[in-house]
Design a protein around this ligand. Structure first.
Ligand SMILES: Cc1ncc(COP(=O)(O)O)c(C=O)c1O
Length: 451
């Protein structure tokens, strides 16, 4: 595997964790605790059997997060990838063991049943999230997108509108393209604390007769919102009243930070509201198995489910099924140690940004491993809007992305990719060893100071 990135290799060679501080003392610096939640008590960050501080070199593995950026910007101009939503840690050992075992059987013909995987999915959802999913309603997909596209084809005629509360997951726009539907963006309201709330009047005003679906993201990528039962019920009630189906993308559900709660849409205490929805999930965010192409969806409404299945074609991949089932059946201890580590990463990022990045604001996310940075002051200070226009770039935030690459060699995702309300924001993926976050903040600080 190539080791060609100067400063990153330096960081490795210098024993980054030792030089910068162990996870535990960095947490003390940030003044946070790490043990939380029912599932999370197993370990404190810095303890346990998995070393999430280890910088695991992904360069040369054909990854979007690292290799694609090197291809785009050149190795000399790139040091840390904090864009696409996957994780930099070594996979849970149970996954590698299951894949190794399956690989010992050297035949890769069509596979038969996914019932055992479905059973693992039902157990996980019941044990971790308290939601009972009937096994016969679980449909295995080759990603969340194929499921969402099938659902949109089933419920939303071409040219009809799909409501999204923005900023929201940028991939939703590709699902609209595939289903020939049109976005109806309901911008959320950001309060003075940096927390996003629904704009209920705007949301309801968009539930028009030519609108048939609401794409909900819970927890929300990129803002991190873990929607409360009250909010979900209100969304569900309004959608039901106006004949709009709720498509709940809950792929980030396993990443819930200290003191927060994930409420599955399917667990809401109103049968009619739940029956007006489908839930889309995957093991791929939880255990960073995105390249294994495996996801699933379900609904309590058999008619709706059958309509969606009619439009859905899944191509199932043997290794994906093996890896995903191993993760759900045996991966909980790994995840239980990872969650406090990520919580402490969020806390560290929040504290260090406040201390070291003038003009950047970040309020610790409730869920996901994504940090949604408010960089409006920097965008304005460097005149990014005019410069983007001059350079023929899509938006000020795309200019900002390039500017940060040039000056900090750190890649962040432009906020404008996430719809209305993303202006002046950048998304930073913090599912990476803490020493790398520390290094990235240093590099960003240097760039911002030079502005
Ligand atoms: C909210 C959300 N949904 C779906 C996906 C992609 O899912 P998949 O790779 O299973 O299609 C992502 C990936 O970042 C995501 O954040």
């Amino acid at each position: 595997m190539e080791q060609g990135i100067g400063r990153r290799s330096f960081l490795k060679g210098a024993g980054a964790a030792a030089a910068i501080g162990t996870a535990a003392n960095i947490i003390n610096l940030a003044g946070t605790q790490t043990a939380f939640g029912n599932h999370h008590a197993a370990s404190e960050a810095g303890g346990g059997s998995f070393d999430f501080d280890e910088i695991y070199d992904r360069v040369g593995s054909n990854s979007v997060k690292w290799d694609q950026q090197i291809g785009k910007y050149g190795a000399k101009n790139f040091e840390i990838g904090m864009g696409i939503a996957d994780m930099d840690f070594k996979a849970a050992p149970c996954i590698t063991e299951a894949l190794t075992k399956r690989s010992a059987h050297e035949n890769w013909g069509y596979m038969d049943s996914t019932e055992s995987l479905k059973e693992a999915i039902c157990t996980w959802n019941e044990e971790r999230h308290g939601v009972k999913v009937a096994q016969e309603t679980v449909t295995i997909a080759s990603g969340v997108h194929p499921g969402l596209i099938a659902a949109l084809l089933a419920v939303s005629p071409p040219a009809s509108k799909v409501v999204m509360n923005t900023p929201t997951y940028n991939g939703f726009w590709t699902d609209l393209r595939w289903s020939r539907t049109v976005a109806s963006e309901s911008p959320m309201i950001k309060d003075s604390e940096g927390v996003y709330h629904m704009d209920w009047d705007d949301f309801e005003s968009r539930l028009t007769p030519d609108t048939h679906a609401f794409l909900l993201c819970n927890p929300q990528n990129p803002t991190g919102n873990c929607w409360s039962e009250e909010d979900l019920l209100r969304m569900g009630e309004l959608c039901l009243k106006h004949g709009v189906t709720v498509l709940a993308d809950e792929i980030h559900c396993d990443f819930v930070m200290k003191g927060q709660k994930y409420t599955p849409f399917a667990s809401l205490p109103d049968k009619a509201i739940v029956d007006n929805s489908l839930t889309f999930k995957a093991i791929s965010k939880t255990f960073s198995l995105a390249g294994m192409k495996n996801a699933y969806f379900f609904s309590t409404n058999p008619v709706l489910l059958e309509r969606v299945r009619y439009f859905h074609r899944a191509d199932i991949n043997t290794l994906g099924v093996v890896a995903n089932e191993a993760a759900y059946r045996e991966g909980a201890p790994w995840l239980d140690q990872l969650l406090p580590y990520l919580d402490a990463n969020h806390a560290f990022t929040e504290a260090q940004i406040a201390k070291r990045l003038p003009g950047v604001h970040y309020k610790k996310a409730q869920g996901t491993y994504l940090a949604w940075l408010d960089m409006r002051e920097v965008v304005s200070a460097i005149n990014a809007e005019a410069k983007a226009e001059k350079a023929g770039l899509k938006s000020a935030e795309h200019y900002m992305e390039q500017w940060l690459i040039e000056r900090a060699h750190v890649q962040l995702n432009p906020g404008s990719n996430y719809g209305a309300g993303g202006e002046g924001h950048m998304r930073m993926n913090i599912a990476t060893p803490r020493p790398l976050i520390d290094r990235a903040i240093d590099l960003l600080a240097g760039a911002i100071r030079s502005a």
